[in-house]
Design a protein around this ligand. Structure first.
Ligand code: FPP
Length: 267
């Protein structure tokens, strides 16, 4: 079988064993979402400019994407640029856009060879033309791939997503095609930008902040939360394995009772 590889280095036997252990020891999350935080602080702690942190952050993106594909994760959603990030100094915003374009140029073929499908969520029309062009090309190149779906949240915010869904539903009501009392959870989910994918099973946040920061507000209702003190550029596959291991120990009840307790109640 062809090995999945985005990085230049060959996967070690030790890493293959670790992945096999994880796959054998429980359920690997179907959908992982990540708030990649701490690039700026990581760079500054090394006496460097913030943009350097974003650059090294791209290496983490590559490593985590590759590891997720190898583990058989179906969806990986990365919070790459929030609606609020437009408010950063213009030099940083421009630097991030350039980094996005250069990363896509470098990685698109690689994603394609590895059967990864690239998609985006967010207000793409706010991006400069060269970003949109590069994204469109990578999306269309990889659209028929059947492996991991890599979703970049770009100019995204959970409140924007919900607002857009509400506007679409309100239009159906206005046009007389929908009675308000028929609006339910399912319908709202179906009008979000993530309509075609399941809610995240696991949400990871780096840099030790205990916040959701306007990420997938609706979709995270029952996601398991994993927070690490590490800054994003230091978050690599071994840390991902720790997060998945922690996920495998969780008792997901979705607001209900554990199976064992349920049996005790019914007896
Ligand atoms: C958070 O760190 C990170 C971001 C706002 C951007 C994330 C972007 C990348 C990893 C690179 C580009 C991505 C792709 C997919 C090519 P921060 O700047 O908020 O750090 P701080 O909290 O220390 O200030």
């Amino acid at each position: 079988m062809k090995e999945l590889s985005l990085t230049k280095t060959k996967q070690t036997q030790e890493d293959k064993n670790r992945q096999k252990e994880l796959i054998d020891s429980g359920v690997v999350p179907e959908h992982i979402a990540i708030i990649m935080d701490g690039n700026g602080r990581w760079a500054q702690s090394k006496g460097n400019i913030r943009l350097f942190g974003h650059k090294v952050g791209v290496d983490s993106v590559r490593d985590i994407t590759e590891a997720c594909a190898q583990l058989g994760v179906k969806f990986l959603t990365l919070y790459a640029f929030s609606t609020e990030n437009w408010g950063r100094p213009s030099a940083e915003v421009r630097g991030l856009m350039r980094l996005l374009v250069s990363s896509l140029r470098k990685e698109a073929d690689n994603l394609h060879r590895n059967n990864i499908r690239l998609v985006t969520i967010g207000q793409m029309d706010r991006f400069p033309d060269d970003c949109i062009k590069e994204l469109d090309e990578a999306i269309s190149l990889t659209k028929d791939n059947t492996g991991l779906e890599l979703c970049l949240a770009l100019s995204y915010s959970g409140r924007w997503d919900i607002t857009e869904a509400v506007k679409k539903i309100a239009k159906h009501v206005e046009e007389g095609r929908l009675a308000p009392n028929l609006i339910n959870d399912q319908m709202i989910g179906d009008h979000l930008s993530t309509a075609s994918i399941p809610d995240p099973d696991l949400i990871i946040r780096t840099s030790g902040e205990y916040r959701i920061s306007n990420f997938l507000l609706w979709q995270l209702a029952y996601s398991e939360l994993y927070i690490t003190e590490l800054y994003w550029p230091d978050f690599r596959r071994n840390e991902l394995y720790e997060a998945i291991q922690s996920f495998q120990k969780r008792d997901r009840r979705f607001g209900k009772v554990r199976k064992k307790n349920k049996d005790e109640i019914s007896n």
